[in-house]
Design a protein around this ligand. Structure first.
Ligand code: GLU
Length: 304
């Protein structure tokens, strides 16, 4: 099968250096193996994503010279390429998971969910057990009359192993390290994990390159792929970019966003800078085979 990589931005703000770093790595990786690239807009959340950011992302990627072969703004056989327009595909996957008996309704508040997912330092916590998992049928029916539930997947104590092209061998105990997670919110909006799993599979993505903060998401997504009978991609998780004080670059704080970067750099200059941040040998951006396996693994401090 032909290799295919992807850009999967969330249009919730102007891109910053961290986003660009992932996209540049994805582009280099796909091109280095003679693969294609798809651009997909991750605009599931109607309150936080959309224009003008969608257009800005397209314009900024083009300015940098990162091209794609299909997807948003270009078209192709596996569209639509905005997640907001793909609900019917997610519905089908959701129904498939329901028929396997791995989905249950959950009435926890957002605050309860956050508390459950943030163990105190040194505390061993099994993230998997949500109390809603154990509700009786009668209790579920009674609650459903009062409030629409979110839907979670029940993860088993199962170890997911995979080899990340950059971070090396990985092993996650699903129940302990990931925990049951929401695949559909109470308002019907699908969760990131389900949408990305369905999209990567149905768009024929064979290589997923993104930030290291999503490494444990790969375990969740691999498990979902297995349940849904999808073909699994190869993963490469790039290091995080950090400010001098150790905090992550973020869209909210407008750290080195595209407006600043475009004032400071030419497109060629910025690509060279990104190449250097990847810790790849040499100078120019001449892709070679299996390039990302030579990239650095450690998070990188960036001068602001
Ligand atoms: N949409 C996510 C982001 O912009 C990336 C998700 C992914 O690459 O799986 O951070």
């Amino acid at each position: 099968m032909a290799e295919k990589g992807r850009f999967a931005p969330s249009p919730s703000g102007r891109m910053h250096l961290g986003n660009l770093f992932s996209f540049y790595a994805a582009w280099l990786d796909a091109r280095s193996v003679g693969g294609r690239l798809v651009l997909r807009m991750e605009d599931l959340d109607p309150d936080r994503t959309g224009e003008p950011w969608t257009s800005r992302i397209v314009e900024d990627l083009r300015w940098l010279g990162l091209d794609w072969d299909e997807g948003y703004g270009v078209g192709g056989p596996d569209g639509p390429y905005c997640q907001r327009e793909r609900a019917a595909l997610y519905d089908a996957a959701f129904a498939g998971l329901q028929s396997l008996g791995v989905v249950y309704p959950c009435w926890c508040s957002r605050a309860q969910r956050l508390a459950a997912s943030a163990p105190h330092p040194g505390e061993e916590r099994d993230l998997g057990r949500c109390p809603c998992r154990d509700l009786s049928r009668a209790e579920r029916e009674a609650r459903a009359l009062v409030k629409a539930p979110a839907w979670k997947v029940a993860l088993p104590h199962e170890t997911i192993r995979f080899r990340d092209l950059i971070q090396g061998e990985q092993s996650f105990d699903l129940s302990r390290d990931c925990g049951d997670f929401v695949i559909r919110r109470a308002d019907g909006v699908y969760g990131y994990q389900l949408a990305v799993t369905v999209d990567d599979a149905l768009m024929g993505v064979t290589r997923v390159v993104r930030g290291r903060d999503l490494l444990d998401s790969a375990a969740r997504q691999l498990w979902l792929m297995e349940r849904l009978g999808y073909r699994k991609p190869v993963y490469a998780h790039v290091p995080l970019l950090l400010a001098a004080d150790g905090r992550r670059l973020s869209k909210r704080e407008r750290d080195l966003d595209m407006e600043t970067l475009r004032r400071r750099f030419s497109p060629e200059g910025l690509r060279k800078f990104l190449w250097g941040l990847l810790g790849l040998p040499g100078e120019g951006d001449v892709p070679g085979d299996g390039l990302l396996s030579k990239a650095g693994r450690e998070d990188v401090y960036v001068e602001l």
